[in-house]
Design a protein around this ligand. Structure first.
Ligand code: DLL
Length: 433
């Protein structure tokens, strides 16, 4: 069963706006009447549900933040009775309590419909065999992709994370055609497969991969595609919005955000003002059909740009471009914004090293010092001091030009740095604030 809703996915801008307006008006009444949190937030900002008559009034509504979810831990922002909650997920977060997300039956259905539409947009269908190598459990990756794949009528292999040799064996022996995991984990799978003499192109039926849950660069996409012969698509979402929800289509030119379900805005994170299409800013999402945990103007914290132009695939819904990182993932070193993704792009342009790296930041005598540990590529290994010195100098020069600040490069042997089966942790910040 193909999951392609032509009427919705190619709806013209005017009709989409009307649909969004209708849903938004219902949403504001719903949250005001069913959540003490939203009632208080609206009252504090002098907003009444009646003030919202269409999406043109969206900007009158106050933002919500991840902090609001934490402050109302565990379920203070839910808008339904606990007996109507069908499932709970939670995001780990690096500090404190997890963010708890609840879903009604309809929420679960809408979540899998959103992702099923997206999977369909790159041609995945009931004939595919999808290996899901995202964690199953409180993390939304495993179950999120799983139910969308089942909705399509595809065959699922719920592999979860870990046991990489077995993962590769399953891809091969069960003839998986699609793989879903973090880009870092797939890079590791490629490494392990190479060591075992397995060539994804030659020895498997894989043709598509969905990689996400963490930022990754276009260079990594190219590398994965060249090495394995598959098409590598982005998959995006956050647990607060449900989990994995959206992917790019066959055009690989932006991730479609289903506008009948979500309103996407991009704002300047500092001023809160909207930015123009094409300009990078923070993604803000209003959920139009979530029941258990509706979010109004939720500051997602991810940095990207948006386009409302019709896609060459025919779909009219807005697209966000590859995410550059999170506003809070960004590290500020000597006053300059540094994203781990920038380092990844540099490393992928230099064949003598792998794309695995670790950034350590220390503050010595009031000065930030950044060290980037980089693995030498096994095939390029040399023990000639002059070559190593030149390589190090080349990397430092490239990093300076891309990051805008200097970083010391420490070359380490291949397989020295940790590998990740889920989201990679690239930055160790030892500075005391
Ligand atoms: O990572 C949901 C997910 C699962 C998405 C599987 C895709 C695939 P959280 O754990 O709440 O949820 O983390 C959400 O991860 O705000 C982004 O910062 C980052 N992220 C997710 N997908 C991408 C992507 C899941 N494609 C946070 N590119 C988000 C860049 C991504 N960053």
């Amino acid at each position: 069963m193909a999951y392609w809703d032509e009427d919705i996915e190619t709806m013209n801008g005017k009709s989409l706006k009307e649909l969004q307006s209708e849903k938004l008006v219902k949403l504001v009444h719903n949250v005001y009447n069913n959540s003490n949190f939203y009632k208080k937030r609206f009252d504090e900002n002098g907003i009444k549900p009646e003030d919202i008559k269409s999406v043109d009034d969206l900007r009158k509504l106050p933002y919500t933040y991840k902090k609001d979810l934490r402050d109302t831990y565990p379920t203070g922002m839910f808008c339904v009775k606990s007996t109507d909650v069908s499932r709970i997920h939670a995001s780990s977060g690096t500090t404190g309590k997890p963010t708890v997300v609840g879903y009604t039956k309809n929420d679960l259905d809408a979540w899998s419909e959103s992702l099923a539409r997206s999977l369909t947009s790159v041609g995945v269908n009931e004939n595919d065999i999808i290996q899901i190598s995202y964690g199953y459990g409180l993390f939304t990756g495993g179950l999120g992709v799983h139910y969308a794949a089942e909705k399509l009528g595809a065959t699922t292999i719920p592999a979860g994370t870990g046991n990489t040799e077995k993962q590769i064996m399953l891809i091969k022996d069960l003839e998986a055609t699609v793989i879903c995991c973090t880009p870092t984990y797939f890079s590791y799978m490629i490494e392990v497969a190479e060591k075992e003499g397995i060539n994804f192109k030659r020895d498997t039926k894989l043709k598509i991969g969905f990689f996400g849950a963490e930022p990754w660069s276009c260079e990594l996409r190219n590398k994965i595609e060249t090495k394995t012969g598959i098409k590598a698509y982005d998959i995006y979402g956050t647990s607060e919005l449900s989990g994995p929800l959206f992917t790019d289509c066959t055009e690989q030119n932006g991730i479609h955000i289903w506008a009948d379900m979500f309103i996407a805005e991009i704002i300047n994170p500092e001023t809160g003002e909207p930015v123009e299409d094409g300009e990078i800013g923070e993604l803000v999402i209003t959920t139009l059909c979530k029941e258990a945990l509706p979010l109004i103007r939720y500051r997602v914290g991810d940095l990207t740009s948006i386009t409302h132009e019709k896609c060459a695939c025919g779909r009219t819904h807005p697209r966000i471009m590859k995410l550059t990182g999170r506003s809070d993932d960004m590290t500020i070193v000597r006053g300059v914004n540094v994203f781990p993704g920038q380092v990844e792009s540099v490393l992928l342009s230099i064949p003598e090293v792998t794309s695995n790296f670790r950034i350590t930041i220390d503050r010595i005598n009031e000065l930030d010092k950044m060290v980037v540990e980089v693995e030498i590529n096994d095939e390029m290994f040399t023990d000639k001091m002059a070559d190593l010195y030149n390589l190090q100098a080349k990397l430092e020069k490239e990093l300076l030009s891309v990051l805008g600040i200097s970083a010391s490069v420490k070359l380490v042997g291949s397989d020295t740095l940790p590998r990740f089966e889920g989201k990679a942790k690239r930055v160790i910040d030892n500075r005391k604030y």
